[in-house]
Design a protein around this ligand. Structure first.
Ligand SMILES: NC(=O)c1ccc[n+]([C@@H]2O[C@H](COP(=O)([O-])OP(=O)(O)OC[C@H]3O[C@@H](n4cnc5c(N)ncnc54)[C@H](O)[C@@H]3O)[C@@H](O)[C@H]2O)c1
Length: 370
């Protein structure tokens, strides 16, 4: 890999991720080089972004016909009727397969935009410019598109790889501390499931990333994390097997988010961080992870003040709701709940290997409240 570029190689498409500081100014040039047939561009932008970010992007796209769609992100706007409205707009504007959608925002805007790009005329060009740490290290990579439905999160979706991803560390400056912590959770996840060396690097440098927002360490952590996600996605693009290890902490996390009705009181990254802590505890209780390694993980959570105490966020009476949502997870293939646990730091249980009955999980979660 050249320092500022990583190629994602999947069965359906190979595409680059460009990393840098202020590279958003070069979006136009990168489009000319990588997808030369583009004439029209629809930017689907997070309506809460600082104006300057969108301005930098539009200034680099002067030679294209641009339409801009602004949305205020929440899990509620990630739905099929908003997707349909945008698709209708693209059809009215005569977008064709060589034209392009750009997502400018976090994972919510990214998942929705990718979905729209895939469904319009069976696939427009698609560029993802993730502006949250979580989207830079996780959501933008791997081609999962999706919208939510009444029945649950991301239950309607496809796989659609972008033409390129532009990961600009300068766009993270305006991010709230909470959102930085959320994104850090996915970096930590990648280390816990695949790379012990990265975990020890994070033990040393985590504070510089989260609290000092040191540009060098931030960019390094993003690249290290993306390499891990890419490696997994390259081996199993459609989540038939290996890719499921990325769900470490997420089965609990989705249950937590849903039990809070996807409200701002617990965002996606925080729910996943809490989920990873619970899954690590369970890994120890089930005789997989050693006490020494569990203690190291806990110490890191405490040192960085990451969300780790379920009883501070939920009541005992919420457990039933949490587990019911966990049962609806689309990765389950039977009545039992499929979990990814840690055998050790850097190594998970095998996908589709570990299932627990809901009553066992209820009992385990209840133990936090005694
Ligand atoms: N497709 C995938 O593989 C995948 C993986 C992980 C998560 N996801 C999805 O991603 C979503 C979560 O993504 P997210 O955490 O990025 O949430 P998000 O898109 O809601 O962004 C979080 C918050 O940050 C704000 N924001 C975004 N960029 C900003 C910036 N540069 N400066 C200031 N504020 C900014 C947003 O307005 C929002 O309030 C969930 O819907 C989740 O399901 C998808």
């Amino acid at each position: 890999m050249k320092k500022n570029k990583l190629i994602v190689k999947t069965k359906s498409k190979n595409y680059p991720i460009f990393f840098g500081n202020n590279i958003i100014n070069s979006t136009g040039t990168l489009i000319e080089k990588n997808i030369p047939g583009v004439k029209k561009i629809c930017i689907i932008s997070d309506g809460r972004l600082p104006r300057l970010i969108l301005k930098k992007l539009t200034s680099s796209l002067k030679k294209y016909k641009i339409i801009i769609y602004k949305l205020k992100p929440s899990e509620k706007i990630k739905n099929i009727s908003i997707a349909t409205k945008i698709i209708e707009k693209l059809l009215n504007e005569n977008f064709n397969k060589s034209d392009c959608v750009i997502s400018l925002g976090g994972g919510i805007i990214g998942d929705l935009s990718a979905f729209v790009s895939n469904l319009t005329k069976r696939g427009l060009k698609f560029i993802n410019i993730p502006t949250t740490l979580l989207a830079q290290v996780d959501a933008s990579i791997g081609g999962k598109t999706g919208v939510n439905s009444k029945q649950g999160k991301n239950l309607i979706g496809t796989f659609y790889q972008p033409d390129f991803i532009l990961s600009d560390v300068s766009t993270l400056k305006s991010l709230s501390q909470r959102e930085i912590v959320s994104g850090y959770g996915e970096i930590l996840k990648h280390s816990l499931i695949q790379n012990k060396k990265l975990f020890f690097w994070l033990l040393k440098n985590g504070k510089k990333i989260i609290y000092k927002r040191n540009n060098f360490f931030l960019k390094e952590s993003i690249i290290k994390s993306c390499k891990i996600k890419c490696k997994v996605v390259e081996k199993d693009e459609k989540e038939k097997d290996l890719r499921m290890i990325l769900n470490f902490g997420h089965t609990f996390g989705h249950g937590f988010e849903a039990a809070k009705n996807f409200s701002k009181s617990l965002n996606h990254g925080e729910a996943v961080l809490l989920g990873m802590m619970i899954a690590s505890d369970l890994s120890y209780k089930r005789g997989k992870l050693t006490y020494k390694e569990l203690s190291l993980i806990k110490k890191h959570y405490r040192d960085l003040k990451l969300p780790m105490h379920i009883n501070k966020i939920f009541k005992k009476t919420d457990i039933k709701k949490i587990v019911n949502f966990m049962k609806k997870d689309k990765k389950n293939v039977s009545e039992k709940i499929n979990l990814i646990l840690l055998n050790k730091i850097g190594k998970t249980t095998k996908p589709k290997e570990y299932f627990l009955e809901d009553k066992v999980i209820k009992k385990f979660l209840t133990s936090y409240f005694s």
